[in-house]
Design a protein around this ligand. Structure first.
Ligand code: OGA
Ligand code: NI
Length: 357
């Protein structure tokens, strides 16, 4: 480690030092699963959920039903009429762009420290690890006492204040969505309480243009270890791909929509009824892409497992129960690798007898 100036490599650093025509070897991901050939050239459209309709409801709760089936079939939707103001989103864009443009020395104050997973940069776990084409900053923002003193509290104050506002708006939005998911699943209302004032974190990502975008990965394939995630494509540049029914596909989103995805915790809580979606971020050769993901999780003290109110002999538990704290620690001790982490939580058929008794 001592030989490296920055233990966390920065793509922004790499491309500003000298113009690149070819991508360094360690950024090349040779085993990428290809995207499905599109039939007729049209991209599939991720279902749209209208927050206003969802909250107001009606006699038939049509939008709630749509939410329910979308979470089962897709695990991802675009949220329109979300109520977060254009001016706040513009401010957020300005602040996040400003953050990534800070001099390297400034950003390195926040660099990921050995053994940790929060901060600026990529967690490098092994010498031969393939690196992603992007710089990112990940940190816990709730509960407040979990904020590391040198991370969130040390961000430029205008960025911090904007993030606080964004957090409080999204917090309400996310809680409403999760409570409605519980309603659609016919869960006892109290079983969603574990998300109240829960563990929240953010990942801001900056994906610079790349001379050979097809060789690299912006963010490796993964599902989020969350209840739900709300992703905002800050500067409107797309690049997200999802794996649906076993095939990778690029997806387009409406310009003002948030991308909401079901995470592994929700898949566990719903006992597999809702599916977390595997996704990855790609980059392009022309324009940088900026995103912010906000992750909504249960409290650290909570135990996660299939909601007991929906279990019965016809719906036996498919996943183990584990403390949230332990769950998070284990997740971050490994590299992102599709949905492999969720699979570890699954009760194997040879274990079923003892756990369902
Ligand atoms: C994430 C994520 C996608 C993106 O941060 O977990 O999936 O487009 N981000 O940046
Ligand atoms: Ni993700």
């Amino acid at each position: 480690m001592a030989s490296l100036k920055y233990p966390t490599p920065s793509v922004i650093e790499l491309i500003t030092k000298e113009p690149l025509t070819a991508v360094p070897q360690k950024y090349i991901h040779p085993d990428q699963e290809p995207i499905a050939l599109s039939h007729g050239g049209t991209l599939p459209t991720v279902p749209t959920i209208d927050m206003k309709k969802l909250v107001l409801g009606d006699a038939t709760d049509l939008e709630l039903e749509k939410l329910h089936f979308t979470c089962k079939d897709w695990g991802i939707f675009q949220l329109v009429n979300h109520g977060v103001s254009f001016s706040l989103l513009e401010k957020l864009k300005h602040e996040i762009e400003g953050f990534f443009k800070l001099p390297s020395e400034e950003k390195m104050k926040y660099k990921v420290r050995p053994g940790d997973f929060e901060g600026y940069g990529t967690v490098v776990r092994s010498k031969n690890q393939k690196l992603d084409w992007g710089d990112r900053f990940y940190t816990i923002i709730n509960p407040i006492h979990r904020r590391k003193p040198y991370l969130f509290p040390e961000l430029p104050s205008s960025l911090r204040n904007t993030l606080e506002l964004y957090l409080s708006e999204l917090q309400e939005l996310a809680m409403t969505i999760m409570v409605l998911m519980g309603k659609a699943l016919k869960m006892d209302r109290r079983e969603m309480e574990l998300f109240e004032d829960g563990f929240r974190s953010i990942r801001m990502s900056y994906y610079p243009p790349c001379p050979q975008p097809e060789l690299v990965m912006g963010l490796s394939p993964h599902s989020d270890a969350t209840g739900i995630t709300i992703l905002h494509q800050v500067n409107g540049v797309g690049g997200l791909q999802i794996k649906k029914d076993g095939v990778w596909m690029p997806v387009n989103f409406l310009p003002d929509a948030f991308v909401v995805n079901v995470g592994d915790v929700m898949e566990i809580l719903s006992n597999g009824a809702y599916k977390s979606i595997e996704h990855r971020a790609t980059v392009n050769s022309e324009k940088e892409r900026i995103s912010i993901a906000m992750f909504f999780n249960p409290k650290f003290e909570a135990e996660i497992g299939p909601a007991t109110s929906i279990l019965n002999p016809q719906n036996p538990p498919l996943f183990k129960r584990v403390g949230m704290e332990e769950y998070v620690k284990d997740f971050f001790s490994q590299n992102l690798n599709g949905k492999s982490y969720l699979e570890k939580m699954r009760i194997r058929s040879d274990q079923k007898d003892s756990t369902t008794a």
